[in-house]
Ligand binder design. Structure first.
Ligand SMILES: [Fe+2]
Length: 134
């Protein structure tokens, strides 16, 4: 949804790449859940849809093409920060429980989230924010 609205090619590419990463992250989570004997339950996360809804609201309020990417990056980074907090906590507990394999998978995901966040900052600083100022 954010991807379709992205205008700047670098932003589009970053969001596209992270969508692929997200699919792998889901598989890692399923692996971890299966290893611990749990069933992949139907527990809906209510935070991420709320973040996306807030971003849609922001998009609608902005109404300017130049600022659209700025607000997309803001929304994507809010989402990434939420994921960094969640995966960071999960990794800390996997470590405490001595679940090495789970820990490795969670750290891999955590690293991808942090990299995406940093990439979004770079894209904003290098081009999107400046275009919005013009
Ligand atoms: Fe993410």
């Amino acid at each position: 949804m954010m991807l379709q609205k992205a205008r700047h090619p670098e932003l589009r590419q970053a969001l596209e790449q992270h969508r692929t990463e997200t699919e792998q992250q889901i598989q890692r989570l399923e692996q971890i859940i299966q290893r611990s004997g749990g069933a992949t339950m139907q527990v809906e996360d209510e935070i991420m849809p709320a973040i996306l809804r807030e971003n849609q609201k922001m998009q609608a309020m902005i109404g300017s093409d130049e600022l659209s990417d700025v607000s997309l990056i803001a929304g994507a980074q809010i989402g990434e920060h939420y994921e960094i907090a969640a995966y960071g906590t999960a990794a800390a507990h996997a470590k405490l429980l001595g679940r090495q394999e789970d820990l490795q998978l969670l750290l891999q995901t955590l690293e991808e989230e942090k990299r995406t966040d940093e990439l979004l900052t770079r894209i904003a600083e290098r081009s999107v924010n400046q275009q919005a100022q013009a």
